[in-house]
Design a protein around this ligand. Structure first.
Ligand code: PLP
Length: 263
């Protein structure tokens, strides 16, 4: 029997099942990749938002990383919510020596409900330590603005921002367009390692049920990279996957619901 392809998510929790680790594991499963997981933070959240965040100790995070490392054969790894500087540094140090394949960094900062998922003081560590480890990084526009310290209004701004992020050490960059609400198309910018640029466009879908879309998108990229696909192919697959997930709405919870993963 061939060994099953395995991936790892290093992420925060969502009792509501729509974002963070839960979204990642569901996505891995739907992409036929076995998911392992390391919990970095315990937000108390449902579809109505994040109420508070409980810390997970550094020791507990390190122990989880170690048990995954000693037992599994990980072909790709993604990072999501890292919450503070110490966690960001611990995870970065670990990833430098672990043989986990391509590193997908979703630079999670603020939930759509407005709650901080990364302390402001940790942005520096994210930029200087984690980004240089990233095979691909997937910021939305507000996250790209924080990373580059620039305002992004036009498509040209986005190209400039992507090149700046590449100069910080990340190899491939996707700046997602979901936050550019005035655009009819939801266009994501992909900047590849060799400098090639591509826009991936899809019709904008007006729905409030987009909780966890960023997590799902980057988890899909991770699963496809784990299978050995190219970054370009992985991003195209993820764009189609998230578009279908948003289009086939489901209604769970009273607030901003998650996307439909079986689309
Ligand atoms: N909760 C966790 C643990 C996350 O990692 C993320 C990811 O960005 C979110 C919530 C974001 O949720 P939303 O898509 O509603 O912004």
């Amino acid at each position: 029997m061939n060994e099953t392809i395995q991936a790892l998510t290093i992420a925060g929790f969502d009792s509501g099942g729509g974002a963070g680790m839960q979204a990642d594991l569901k996505t891995f499963q739907e992409r036929f990749v076995f998911g392992t997981s390391v919990l970095t933070a315990l937000p108390i959240q449902n579809t109505q938002g994040v109420k508070k965040v409980y810390d997970i100790s550094l020791e507990a995070i390190q122990d989880q990383l170690d048990v995954v490392n000693e037992d599994f054969s990980i072909s790709a790894v993604k990072t999501g919510m890292l919450f503070n500087t110490d966690i960001t540094q611990l995870v970065t140090t670990f990833l430098k020596t672990a043989d986990f394949g391509p590193v997908v960094v979703d630079p999670v900062m603020i939930a759509k409900s407005g709650h901080a998922l990364l302390k402001e003081s940790a942005v520096k560590a994210l930029i200087s330590e984690l980004l240089p480890q990233a095979y691909i990084v997937t910021p939305n526009i507000p996250e790209a603005e924080v990373i580059t310290n620039m305002t992004i209004s036009t498509k040209n701004d986005r190209i400039t921002a992507a090149r700046k992020i590449q100069a910080l050490g990340a190899k491939n960059i996707v700046i997602k367009g979901g936050h550019h609400l005035e655009m009819e198309q939801s266009s994501d910018l992909l900047l590849l390692e060799d400098g090639q640029i591509e826009w991936l466009s899809a019709p904008r879908i007006n729905t409030k049920n987009t909780h966890g879309t960023g997590c799902t998108f980057s988890a899909c990229i991770t699963a496809e990279l784990a299978k050995g696909n190219t970054v370009k192919s992985a991003v195209h697959t993820a764009k189609g996957f998230i578009q279908a997930a948003i289009a086939n709405e489901i209604q769970v919870g009273l607030g901003n619901g998650p996307t439909n993963h079986w689309a």
